[in-house]
Design a protein around this ligand. Structure first.
Ligand code: NOJ
Length: 601
């Protein structure tokens, strides 16, 4: 065969382009996935120091497979002095020795890959630890590091007062004076977490390198921390007071954070990180790399992240807007507002808890299953915080002396209980053995909740009890992973009998209906014949642990009893018989009207 020179050049050009820029594979793998947040310090301890580690996670990856989880997100594992338990990073490209080392992480990744689990890392771009090399150089104004952080002179004679009234999220001034550099540096969180200066191109470049470093290791994406805090403006101005009742002068919510959060440049920066993920996946022909963003802000500002690269701008409304006193109508609004707000073609997500907030079982006493059901039945991504699958509750018995969280410590002895995040971070309860099976250490870093004897994975999974939070969780993920209606079905939400919220997911052939009775006293009889016309009787797929309903119990759609405080998930299919019946009725009516018309003529 004769091959022209031209032909060869063209083919090699094509080959090079294919090698350099392949396809992003498996786009959208994440859009119906259950993401599970692991707080590594509290998951499983294998070296008996009382703190969880990477080996502990690797040894237990099967837990996620059997629980129907598709991706795990690890709170920070990088080298850190642990002032904010990993959110103060002193080396972004290494693993903290508490958790193991890079080889341990590589083993974790390899095992996860075998099991088909995706691994997401926490990316903490807003700040570093004050022990980070960059900060140490910056203090001494060395080379390019000089402006890596936000340094300003103080007001009224530098040393005496900070540049302005800005407050840190953890309380107190957001400025700390450094006596070597003789300037104040900004820290929107702890004083040992200086804010990086994103106006500096080299800082942006450093973060790019960090992202690439972990992508090369094979991670599947990032959860990006504290996004609204990335930029500030007008460093000489004060922020106005919020007027929030009860807020003292040092409380973060004493001010309206108009200069320190949600600045317009934030969005392009987020987009630039998404571009890195896409370019990488494209270039190396990998699965799509996913970006989740953490932003406590208004609905509009959160939604905007969808248009600037975030696949999953965390939807915190079940944490921040709903409370245990919200009724069915309030829940319906929260769901509909989010669904209306998200741009066409984007994927919804539902976050129920995390390491910064009280656990769902504590926030919604006796209603934890209802929240898990919502996360699993609503369309899109469901995010689970470790321990939610077994109904762990906050450990409120942590004394002031044992409090570790800087936010709690800064609040002081009188107020620490309302500010500390420790209660939601206690070790995972595996079984009823020593330290709930978490560790063989004498003491664990945070005390185990004393309810571990009956709230633990082992009991909930293996004991011959009919219902447990874990069984509810698994039944939900199993349904979610097999039901077409949950994957692709339409969504309808409504309130019936004033106290029952229904969430209906439906295709032509299949319907999954979640019914939540918000009344604590009265049972309700619900009639779904109108919304599910033509469908067969409903089968109870999942019922909350506080109900007497048995799995697979059948209900006539006309008459579904939902006991007080109970939530149930019904599964039903379109009935061909009733379809045929409706069709033949239609034919009869049509022929009759035809006959009448003929007779009339
Ligand atoms: C948000 C994290 O979720 C929180 O735990 C941390 O304290 C702050 N960002 C600071 O990194």
């Amino acid at each position: 065969m004769l091959v022209s020179r031209h032909h060869i050049i063209l083919s090699s050009l094509l080959l090079t382009t294919t090698l350099i820029s392949g396809e992003i594979l498996n786009r959208g793998w994440w859009n119906h996935t259950v993401f599970y947040q692991i707080y590594p310090r509290s998951f499983m301890d294998t070296d008996n120091d009382g703190v969880g580690d990477l080996k502990g996670i690797t040894n237990n990856l099967e837990h996620f497979v059997t629980s129907g989880v598709g991706a795990i997100w690890l709170s920070p594992i990088n080298r850190s002095p642990m002032v904010d338990f990993g959110y103060d990073i002193s080396d972004f490209k290494d693993i903290d020795k508490t958790f193991g080392n890079l080889a341990d992480f590589e083993r974790l990744l390899a095992r996860a890959k075998i099991l088909g689990l995706k691994v997401i890392l926490d990316l903490v771009p807003n700040h570093t630890s004050d022990e980070h090399y960059w900060f140490q150089q910056s203090i001494n104004r060395i080379g390019k590091y000089k402006d890596y952080y936000i340094w300003k002179d103080g007001e009224n004679g530098n040393f005496f007062s900070p540049p302005n009234n800005w407050l840190s999220v953890f309380g107190g001034s957001a400025w700390t004076y450094n006596s070597i550099r003789k300037q104040w540096y900004l820290h929107q969180f702890h004083e040992k977490q200086p804010d990086l200066n994103y106006a500096h191109p080299d800082v942006q470049e450093e973060m790019r390198e960090i992202i690439l470093f972990w992508l090369r290791k094979g991670v599947d994406g990032f959860r990006v921390d504290a996004v609204p805090h990335l930029f500030e403006t007008n460093y000489t101005l004060d922020e106005p007071e919020s007027g929030i009742e009860g807020a003292t002068k040092t409380d973060y919510n004493f001010l309206n954070h108009i200069l320190t959060t949600d600045q317009p440049q934030t969005y392009n920066l987020v987009q630039s990180w998404r571009d890195i993920l896409d370019e990488y996946a494209h270039r190396y022909n990998t699965s799509e790399k996913v970006m989740m963003t953490e932003a406590y802000t208004t609905l509009n500002n959160t939604i905007k992240y969808y248009n600037y690269g975030s696949h999953i701008p965390f939807n915190f409304n079940f944490i921040t807007t709903a409370t245990h006193t919200s009724d069915a109508a309030a829940f319906k609004n929260i769901i509909e507002n989010w669904m209306k707000a998200i741009p066409e073609g984007k994927v919804a997500n539902w976050v129920m808890g995390n390491h910064d907030r009280s656990r769902i079982a504590s926030r919604y006493p006796g209603r934890a299953d209802q929240m898990t059901m919502l996360a699993m039945i609503l369309p899109g991504v469901a995010v689970t915080y470790y321990g939610e699958e077994i109904g762990m509750v906050d450990n409120m018995d942590i004394s002031w002396e044992k409090t570790k969280d800087p936010q709690g410590c800064k609040a002081g002895k009188g107020k620490y209980q309302s500010r500390s995040r420790d209660p939601a971070r206690t070790p995972f309860q595996w079984n009823y053995l020593l330290n709930a099976g978490f560790s063989n250490a004498k003491e664990t870093w945070l005390p185990i909740h004393e309810n571990y004897l009956y709230i633990n994975l082992n009991v909930e999974k293996y004991e011959p009890i009919e219902k447990s939070h874990y069984k509810v969780y698994c039944a939900l993920t199993a349904l979610r992973n097999t039901s077409e209606a949950l994957k692709f079905g339409s969504l309808t939400t409504d309130v019936v009998n004033k106290t029952v919220l229904y969430v209906l997911r439906k295709t032509k052939e299949e319907a999954v209906t979640l019914l939540i009775n918000f009344s604590d006293q009265d049972k309700q009889e619900v009639d779904l014949t109108r919304v599910l016309a033509g469908f067969k009787n409903g089968v109870v797929k999942v019922a909350s642990v506080n109900s007497q309903l048995a799995q697979n119990q059948t209900f006539e759609l006309k008459n579904i009893t939902v006991p007080a405080k109970v939530s149930i998930v019904l599964h039903t299919f379109f009935s061909n018989a009733s379809a045929e019946y409706v069709a033949s009725l239609q034919t009869i009516l049509l022929s009759l009207s035809f006959l009448i018309i003929m007779l009339y003529k």
